[in-house]
Ligand binder design. Structure first.
Ligand code: UGA
Length: 489
């Protein structure tokens, strides 16, 4: 029956499962938390000091819950800071023992990948839920009576129902409650987002059993999240809300990017950053996610917009589908326009010229090179056959940058001209244009960024001041760049 959870299992030790499990374990020392994954390498990494994902503060939380070692920094006046180590009972285990962990669990969080389908029906827009299906089959076979199954992965609406159907098929005799509890953490701030969430969303069936199950999961989060921030709704609303949240965030970016295009063509000194500042002061609009730039990257926004639009299309709501898809269309146009602007500023041809790219990660503060806007821009520029495209990123490994670029489908002679450098000076030396494609704080320049607190990312509006003979590297924050070079070496 339902009561208080004593054992929780996370299926999938990826970007969502790992950090979420660690923070839940950290705040619930009385609950045993097992994270399982079939990938042995990944589990090995979770059990080491080199976690498979780099997030601020993650190692500290993992050390506390996994090893029982709590670090506390003590600052006494007049004395150097000291670190005090305390012990607690470890309650977080990473392993490949999937069946054992599932058998024991009162709550099972499914945190496996749901990439966009690459072939067959719905290729390029529908989410591939086969990893969820197979995880659910394993859960169905081994979970104990009354276990609560929670879908944590971002999924198409209706997936909770699918999970419920699979469970019923394998165990018609047992009632399982299936909940939706979408994740809202962003890359680079995962631990902060988990520790201080804006909200925790729990969707359940509105039956007595469903509401009880929701209450059990609510208790787990209640260990550190104020009750007012825990929102409970029905399952379908919860699934939909996740997709809508990401789509609306992306829509804000596309909206401000549309404004940046207009500012640019208008001339007359209209500045998208001023517009952004001005409208952000309206409490109804708010100031977040209003930074114009080269467009949004990352693995979530595009996928979730496609997902939402696919649902609309299936419901024969073509206008609605097109409405959401315009957010993506705008994003694509923004990055293409950026590349076009660079070419135009260089008098229509890149032949014989060197182009410098500062920043490759899809956003600052991460080393994630996947789904980066940079790769699209570089591809467009490479088509113009410049003498060289030099790339520098303060966070990304050269090999990973290379790998991403190789996937972009360039010809060997285009690839040959692309150099990945570990020194920013060498990167910008003799370049006809410097393109800042990630908003790393180090790239913030007085001239380029027009003020310290403002967007450091090369917005389209910046392109002009940044291209060709207009670029003056001495105007950039040289000190910050020096620091950056030191960090990197
Ligand atoms: C996003 C959401 O922010 C999370 O809430 C959500 O949980 C997550 O997706 C997910 O579904 O897993 P993430 O993709 O990690 O998180 O990163 P964001 O910080 O949202 O940035 C996405 C892109 O938008 C980046 O390329 C960023 O540079 C760009 N962006 C962001 C802008 O161009 N302008 C802005 O004002 C803000």
């Amino acid at each position: 029956g339902f009561g208080v959870a004593r054992s929780i299992c996370f299926v999938g030790a990826g970007f969502v499962g790992g950090p979420t499990a660690a923070v839940i374990a950290y705040h619930n020392p009385h609950i045993q938390v097992n994270v399982v994954d079939l990938n042995e390498e990944r589990i090995k990494s979770w059990n080491s000091a080199h976690l498979p994902i780099h997030e601020d503060g993650l190692l500290k939380v993992v050390r506390a819950a996994r090893d029982g070692t709590v670090e506390k920094t003590i600052a006494l006046p007049g004395l150097p800071r000291a670190i005090e180590l305390k012990q607690r009972q470890p309650n977080l285990v990473f392993s490949t023992r999937v069946v054992d962990a599932i058998e024991e669990a009162d709550i099972i969080f499914i945190c496996v990948n749901t990439p966009t389908k690459t072939h067959g029906i719905g290729a390029g827009s529908m989410a591939d839920v086969s990893a969820i299906e197979s995880a659910t089959r394993t859960v169905a076979k081994h979970a104990k009576q009354g276990a609560i199954v929670v879908e944590k992965s971002t999924v198409p609406c209706g997936t909770a129902q699918m999970i419920q159907d699979i469970l019923r098929y394998y165990r018609p005799d047992v009632e399982f409650e299936v909940l939706s509890n979408p994740e809202f953490l962003a890359e680079g701030t995962a631990v902060e987002n988990l520790m201080h969430p804006d909200r925790i969303l729990i969707g359940s069936a509105q039956t007595l059993a469903g509401l009880r199950a929701a209450a059990v999961v609510k208790d787990v989060y209640g260990a550190w999240v104020p009750a007012a921030r825990i929102v409970t709704v029905n399952t379908f609303s919860s699934e939909l809300a996740k997709l809508v949240a990401n789509t609306m965030l992306a829509q804000r970016i596309s909206s401000i990017n549309a404004v940046s295009a207009m500012c640019e063509e208008l001339g007359l000194g209209a500045d998208v950053e001023d517009v952004s500042l001005a409208i952000g002061k309206d409490a109804r609009l708010g100031s977040n996610f209003l930074q114009a730039g080269v467009g949004f990257g990352g693995s979530c926004f595009e996928k979730d917009i496609l997902n939402l639009a696919y649902l609309a299309r299936e419901l024969h709501l073509d206008v609605v589908a097109d409405y959401w898809l315009a957010v993506l269309r705008m994003n694509e146009d923004q990055r293409q326009r950026f590349a076009r602007n660079v070419v135009r500023e260089l008098n229509g041809s890149l032949r014989g010229k060197k182009i410098a790219i500062l920043g490759f990660a899809f956003k600052d503060g991460t080393n994630d090179t996947r789904n980066s806007i940079a790769v699209h821009v570089i591809k467009d520029l490479a088509m113009e056959m410049p003498r060289e495209i030099a790339i520098f990123d303060p966070g990304c490994a050269s090999a990973e940058i290379r790998e991403e670029i190789e996937k972009a489908g360039l010809t060997p002679s285009q690839l040959e001209r692309i150099k990945i450098l570990t020194n920013w000076r060498e990167c910008v030396q003799e370049a006809s244009a410097v393109c800042i494609l990630t908003q790393w704080k180090q790239f913030r320049g007085r001239k380029l960024g027009s003020g310290n607190k403002k967007a450091p990312k090369l917005a389209i509006a910046w392109a002009k001041s940044c291209v060709a003979d207009k670029v003056d590297i001495s105007e950039m924050d040289i000190l910050a760049l020096e620091e950056l070079a030191r960090d990197k070496s």
